[in-house]
Write a protein that binds this ligand. Structure first.
Ligand code: ATP
Length: 244
């Protein structure tokens, strides 16, 4: 998963048990975000957000890590984010979002998340390194909890074991899959293939070799070798992608 996909995921999917007021980019409003912890995850996230014109304030207790980000972010500071006074001085209560990108120090991750919620940050994202960690963060009230390693692992497992070229699972057991078209979908207009009734999936896009992706209609005739994008219940799209 690219960081772009992940960022899109931050807005569109994920373990969103509770949504804060206007998750993601505030429409026409302040786009200021605090990224707490500038390890691999926090660093990629922060630099990608900068590329998307967000105002990013990074915080890390490591001088070395902060030094590395000084010229990349709007502002980067060395501090222990478990100290709520530090967060107050940083003005986090005025930020539209904050991401707790601390993983291995679970205690620090919980404390910082709790401080940000206490400060009233409307969108608190927290990274978890295990399901238990994620559960605690959700119970604490974090608006969005992500488990990058687990989610990536699940996704790669789908790609490794199947014929899929790409796989994205949304909430509620719904998935979007990119795969080479099985023969049941080829040769006749899509509307006549019966894939929706028979397999419970909808073909939404098609890519012929050397051409761009385009949307699919009932009249589209898929050729063998075409790459298609299919949506539906996870189990249904998985089974469909396994067909020859
Ligand atoms: P990654 O996989 O993203 O590299 P990780 O899951 O291993 O990170 P950590 O290394 O524990 O997570 O934390 C990421 C960053 O958070 C580190 O740069 C670390 O210095 C910073 N960090 C940890 N605790 C705090 C804290 N209390 N205040 C500020 N920064 C912290």
């Amino acid at each position: 998963m690219t960081m772009g996909t992940f960022l899109h995921g931050l807005r569109a999917r994920g373990k969103k048990k509770k949504r804060g007021a206007g998750a993601g980019r505030p429409p026409g409003g302040e786009q200021r975000i605090a990224v707490i912890g500038l390890g691999r995850f926090g660093s990629s996230l922060a630099t990608e957000l900068m590329a998307r014109k967000w105002d990013v304030v990074g915080l890390d207790e490591s001088e070395r890590r902060v030094q590395r980000h000084r010229d990349l972010l709007t502002h980067a500071a060395v501090a222990d984010a478990t100290d709520d006074e530090v967060l107050r001085q940083l003005g986090v209560h005025d930020f539209s979002s904050a991401v707790v990108a601390i993983g291995s120090d679970v205690e620090a991750s919980i404390l910082v998340t709790s401080n940000l919620l206490e400060a009233g940050v409307p969108n608190v994202w927290a990274k978890a390194i295990s399901r238990q960690h994620g559960m605690i963060l959700e119970r604490l009230g974090a608006h969005h909890v992500v488990l990058p390693e687990h989610e990536m692992g699940e996704r790669v497992a789908h790609l490794v074991t199947g014929r899929m070229l790409d796989f994205i699972e949304f909430d509620d057991d719904y998935a979007l899959v990119k795969t080479v078209a099985p023969s049941v979908a080829t040769g006749v207009p899509l509307g006549r293939t019966g894939v929706r009734n028979t397999y419970g999936v909808t073909v939404v896009g098609i890519k012929r070799s050397g051409q761009d992706f385009t949307y699919a209609t009932a009249e589209t005739v898929i050729q063998p070798g075409d790459v298609i994008v299919v949506t539906g219940r996870t189990q249904a799209v998985e089974s469909f992608a396994e067909l020859d």
